[in-house]
Design a protein around this ligand. Sequence first.
Ligand SMILES: Cc1cc2nc3c(=O)[nH]c(=O)nc-3n(C[C@H](O)[C@H](O)[C@H](O)COP(=O)(O)O)c2cc1C
Length: 169
Amino acid sequence: MAQEKRPRKAVIIYYSMDGNTKQIAERVHETIGAPLIRLEPVVPYTGTDEEIIAQGQEEVERCYQPELKPLGIHLQAYDTFLVGTPTWWYTMASPVRSFLSMVDWRGKTLIPFQTHAGWPGHGLEDMERLCQGAEVSCPMTIHFSPQQFGKLETPQKELDRWLSELRVL
Ligand SMILES: Cc1cc2nc3c(=O)[nH]c(=O)nc-3n(C[C@H](O)[C@H](O)[C@H](O)COP(=O)(O)O)c2cc1C
């Protein structure tokens, strides 16, 4: 007898400092209609670009997990997590590391997406490694211009193809 497919309960979680990852997360939200949640560290990142880049490097090097503000959802209520991160020093941003470490991934599905400015490094692989027990589906990297925030370098068609894959999950 064919097993009935249980409808998935999905949520979109992302961190964005300058808006690129937010832009993609909002496209995902428009496409699949799941709740959209932006991660907010308790202590916001402040300072000059150079200071933030240096702080990001220091945090990435020690795998730092900043404390996050409450998400306002019950994680247990969801089985599919679409998680978006900017690239920080060839991996995920620290607030995303904090979030991924909070979830018991057994039986859950992770759909990771990562924005970058030309050097994605090993962000998606690192995310997957943190989510032991998760089924990983439809990973995506999206290239933005290093000169101009918000300017997509990944062809729009490629992004649309990924979004349409999400629609039928
Ligand atoms: C601390 C820090 C480190 C970064 N490291 C990288 C990197 O290793 N590779 C890369 O392509 N872009 C890197 N970037 C650029 C961002 O990943 C890229 O602009 C991203 O799309 C920004 O997303 P957001 O606007 O959602 O914050 C870095 C940015 C910051 C702030």
